[in-house]
Ligand binder design. Structure first.
Ligand code: EPZ
Length: 419
């Protein structure tokens, strides 16, 4: 296993480009199961999670291959309907093949994804919606066995806003007979990018990006070509990197229109953020102001930026309060940041951060994707050397982040564990 070694204190200067969105790519790749033909995608990020969804598709008999920078996904036929435990356990988002499989082949055998470091992450709402559309669901031996003679449109209301739940049911509804209405649907930009792909395939969808989505089922869908939207969370992570190093960077291809709340909170902390060409000019200041944040479904402050923002607040002047309302256990990074000198107290789902003058480098361990990003950000700012182990978490969701930071002047390198 690799580790990342950072000598902190370097200001980040220069230009960097945002990669395609992980959380748009995963549902969009799964949606290919609905269309008959060869789909072509551009701006796909090179991530472990993308390799995993490709393995899941291969296991279903789907041919996926690269042609230049583009990915081609051939779903003329589906020869298997099982998403096995050994794949699903490495990436919960594999559950996104459930809706399309039931819609296209009327059957699915998908391993229950189980929980992860940040929470139990149930999928009851995914299953509730499919049953409302007429699917018969059985949970046996750790698998979801779903069958449907025919899916029919249904009126579905989510108790909790769920991103992949909205995506799974929106996909299933595209081939159902009649109209499906999703109430309290997720409004994330990745949901909209998926809806744009489905619409290109011939689906009839209204309201994507709002909390009320209507889908009129059609008989079949055809293959499409599409360019994946940029990753707003990677862009936000790079902005915080400028903030904690008093850097001055230009972030190309930043999806500004998807980042309004992130930009607002970073400006409130004292950072200068201005449009610059097709991206953003981001300047960190010596004096970081403390800002309170509460994570919310889009368009609120994203939970996937919570750990990163906490690093900025750990260096701010004064007291800030971060409330995590989406996941029940998304403060695992706090104990590692405390080992680097951060002054953070946890009270249930709230973190109270007293800013400190500086953090100190230390050996730390990544526990989940965004926690690993926050430890890198802390290492960039810390005095001395920080060693981060278990960086395989990072590689799931960031395309060459260490290389991008190194090109901006960070003293950061990836070394083999044990060396
Ligand atoms: C998506 O996960 C993202 N992953 C997550 O990003 C992100 O943190 C999350 O949405 C919230 O924005 C992908 O898009 C692949 P949810 P998802 O269903 O869909 C509860 C990252 O770092 N819930 O929106 O799994 C659930 O427990 C990852 O890139 C139910 O109770 O999250 C949670 O409290 C991490 N029942 C809340 O809803 C259900 O059936 C939101 O979860 C489904 C969800």
């Amino acid at each position: 296993m690799d580790k990342i070694v950072i000598r902190g204190g370097e200001r980040l200067i220069g230009e960097v480009e945002v990669s395609g969105s992980k959380n748009a790519t995963l549902p969009i790749f799964a949606s290919c199961l609905l269309s008959e033909g060869t789909n072509v995608f551009h701006n796909v990020p090179n991530l472990k999670d993308v390799q995993t969804i490709i393995k899941v598709l291969n296991n279903l008999g789907v041919n996926v291959y690269k042609q230049g920078e583009a990915y081609r996904i051939d779903t003329k036929e589906i020869t298997n309907v099982e998403a096995p435990y050994d794949l699903v356990k490495t990436m919960r988002a594999s559950i996104l093949v459930l809706g399309p499989l039931v819609a296209r082949t009327k059957r699915a055998m998908v391993s229950l994804p189980g929980g992860c470091a940040i929470g139990a992450r149930p999928i009851n709402l995914h299953l509730m919606g499919l049953e409302a559309m007429g699917a018969k669901i059985q949970l046996r031996h750790g698998y979801i066995e779903a069958r449907a003679d025919e899916l029919k449109g249904a009126d579905i209301s989510f108790d909790t806003v769920t991103v992949t739940g909205t995506e799974n049911l929106m996909m299933a509804a595209t081939l159902a007979r009649g109209k499906t209405i999703l109430h309290n649907a997720a409004m994330e930009p990745e949901v909209v990018d998926l809806a744009n792909v489905l619409t290109k395939m011939g689906a009839r969808i209204d309201g994507a990006g709002t909390s009320l989505i209507e889908i009129e089922g059609v008989k079949s869908l055809h293959a499409v070509e599409h360019t994946i939207i940029p990753d707003r969370i990677e862009a936000g992570t790079l902005m915080v990197a400028a903030g904690v190093t008093r850097g001055n960077i230009k972030i190309n291809k930043a999806p500004v229109q998807h980042m309004q709340t992130i930009i607002h909170k970073l400006r409130e902390s004292g950072m200068e953020i201005e449009p610059d060409g097709d991206g953003l000019r981001v300047v960190g200041m010596k004096r970081i102001r403390s800002v309170d944040v509460k994570t919310q479904p889009y368009p609120g402050f994203p939970t996937d930026m919570q750990a990163q923002f906490m690093v900025l607040m750990s260096l701010a002047r004064g007291l800030s309060v971060i409330s995590e309302t989406i996941f029940e256990n998304r403060f695992i990074h706090v104990s590692e940041l405390q080992r680097m000198g951060a002054d953070i107290r946890i009270q249930e789902n709230t973190a109270i951060i007293q800013g400190v003058e500086s953090l100190s480098g230390a050996p730390v361990m990544a526990t989940d994707l965004r926690a690993s990003a926050s430890l890198i950000l802390a290492g960039l700012a810390a005095e001395g050397v920080t060693q981060i182990s278990r960086v395989y978490h990072l590689d799931r969701g960031y395309e060459g982040l260490d290389k991008k930071l190194s090109r901006l002047g960070a003293k950061i390198e990836r070394v083999k564990e044990g060396s």
